[in-house]
Design a protein around this ligand. Sequence first.
Ligand code: PXP
Length: 242
Amino acid sequence: MRLGVNIDHVATVRQARGIDVPDPVAAAAIAELAGADGITVHLREDRRHIQDRDVRILRQTIKTKMNLELANVPEVVEIALRLAPEDICIVPERREEVTTEGGLDVVGNREALAATTRRLMEQGIRVSMFIAPQPEQIAAAAETGAEFIELHTGRYAEARDEAERINRLTEIRMAVAAARELGLRINAGHGLNYRNVKPVAGIEGIEELNIGHAIIARAIMVGLADAVSEMKGLMMEGMSDG
Ligand code: PXP
């Protein structure tokens, strides 16, 4: 299972001062040296963290692969088409949210998402839909022609007790099985941290986890290289438990 390290929050700290450090470009290189299998960034419409300059330079410097998260809005989609990263994950976006809160409503936006997916795939980009682990969203994602889904693990991460945690994990397992039946490939992410990652890493069929906040938060304490390699180590342990 691959680890995609989301480095948005390196840019969040930089934007807090409006100067040029810390630089997500340097962070991406360190994360890769420490074992990241990919670098994920979200170019938000409001540009609250990652900037156009970042995605341009990262496209040239990332040695693993770039996973660009974006909303299905023309301005950002045009940038993505020019950039042609290896992967694009289409996410919902609301200006007032602190982070991506829920999954995409693919059922309600099927045609628009299918049209964007087609354009991106024509550029050789792998496309993923960030969705909740719900059967109707999985079926709709398959109909858009996207190769991948990324299952939203937020509700699992926020479970208040063990019983709920187990239910949410079962929901993810069932979503993985349903998606595989439809020929989709599966990634997962959101809210994963050093305490809850192992059971998700143990689910066969998930190819990649995208993790941001927990890694960058830990990086402040122990450094980015250790934060990345510890997470990768836990994923490996989870995979052998699973
Ligand atoms: N995957 C997607 C699609 C996301 O939007 C985010 C948050 O930007 C993540 C994964 C990572 O979530 P977290 O920062 O909680 O690890």
